[in-house]
Write a protein that binds this ligand. Structure first.
Ligand SMILES: [Zn+2]
Length: 384
């Protein structure tokens, strides 16, 4: 039977059943069901459901919208592109380091002398942006004030200047914090009772941000979570006359938790005592995250970041909702990355499939920028 005659027959039947008195036709008897099965078996499906979809609720038919790979990709509000990715890099003050971080598969601590060789193939494949983390390894570098953070000879400022020279097309983000540089490993300056001195920490962290911006960083990204640091950095950028060429990305909603272990191995930033729960957000603190996002937008943040990403998709969605006119970044952190690697190694799923699935979920939640350790692989995968 042709499609047009099928439609005709069903329309006729619907018209007849509409005139028929008695119980609604959807209340079928056993005989009706038997005849339905026989009709289905005979080669076409003139069930009540089919007739409803053709004559009535046509919006029930969805498969036509995503039967083809390209059509499936069109269903995404945002599709992953190379320019959405920021690659986190750990730069050491060592002489000639290129050391793989055991807990962070395929990620390296790289010294300045090896940085050009490390970045060159990635830039060639289309790397657009990096996030720099300094890793001071030399003994005696760390102190209570994190003095080495803005040392002009230190790894971050050296890396910024080198990248600006060698790869002028690369957009440089510099993570701004003190925890890699403080002897106690906390993200600021401590009071005598070991709590964070917010005022002193903000003064110091905003100075570090200005030093990175003056060295040539396109973006400074404070990850410390001290109150008021976005405003302090923005004001100093204005004072220094560089606010117009420095993007301020705030780690606004940075949650405490157990997903940062491999990063702390890579950056050498584990606190020597206590934890960061008094300044990073509690995992259940959705309202607190929303307040932090609103605050940082009002203080002058150009981009809002949520971290970690996979466990906090609702917060990414909140950030997109609150910051409708801002780009939203999400950091798929070290623990997320290492978990995906471990599960893939255990045969739970394919690594590439989960790298895409997890990242596309982050985009679906509302992010337009993803800070990802998968960046080098995505540069290959997105070409194919
Ligand atoms: Zn920190």
């Amino acid at each position: 039977m042709s499609f047009s005659s099928l439609v005709q027959e069903l329309s006729l039947r619907d018209a007849n059943s509409a005139r028929r008195p008695g119980p609604a036709p959807s209340v079928s008897t056993f005989d009706d069901r038997a005849s339905h099965v026989s009709r289905t078996m005979s080669g076409y499906a003139s069930t009540a459901a089919t007739s409803v979809s053709i004559a009535g609720d046509i919006g029930s038919q969805l498969h036509g919208g995503y039967f083809h790979p390209l059509a499936r990709s069109w269903q995404s509000e945002r599709q992953l592109t190379k320019s959405m990715l920021i690659y986190p890099i750990f730069v050491t003050d060592g002489e000639d380091d290129m050391v793989e971080v055991a807990s962070l598969p395929g990620q390296f601590q790289v010294s300045i002398s090896r940085l050009t060789g490390f970045l060159e193939p990635l830039v060639h494949k289309g790397l657009r942006s990096v996030m720099l983390f300094g890793v001071p390894m030399k003994p005696g570098t760390k102190d209570a004030l994190g003095s080495a953070a803005d040392d002009p000879e230190g790894p971050v400022i050296q890396a910024i200047q080198l990248i600006r020279r060698r790869f002028p097309q690369l957009f440089i983000c510099a993570d701004v914090c003190l925890c890699e540089y403080t002897s106690h490993g906390h993200c600021g300056i401590l009071r005598d009772d070991s709590s964070l001195n917010n005022q002193m920490s903000v003064d110091r962290i905003s100075d570090v941000a200005i030093a990175y911006a003056k060295a040539g960083a396109h973006c400074v990204a404070p990850s410390d979570m001290n109150d008021g640091r976005i405003r302090a950095i923005k004001l100093k950028l204005i004072e220094e006359g560089i606010a117009h060429k420095t993007l301020l990305m705030s780690y606004s909603a940075k949650f405490s938790g157990c997903l940062y272990g491999p990063f702390r191995d890579a950056a050498g930033s584990a606190p020597s005592f206590g934890d960061r729960r008094c300044y990073q957000l509690p995992p259940g603190g959705r309202g607190l995250a929303r307040r932090a996002i609103i605050r940082d937008m009002n203080e002058g943040a150009d981009i809002i970041m949520v971290k970690p990403a996979g466990q906090y998709l609702d917060i990414i969605s909140d950030a997109k909702d609150l910051g409708k006119d801002l780009p939203i970044a999400a950091y798929q952190v070290s623990g997320e990355f290492s978990m995906i690697h471990a599960a893939a190694k255990a045969g739970v799923f394919d690594l590439k499939a989960m790298a895409f699935e997890s990242t596309e979920s982050i985009l679906r939640a509302g992010a337009t920028i993803v800070i990802s350790y998968f960046t080098p692989q995505f540069l290959d995968w997105l070409d194919n």
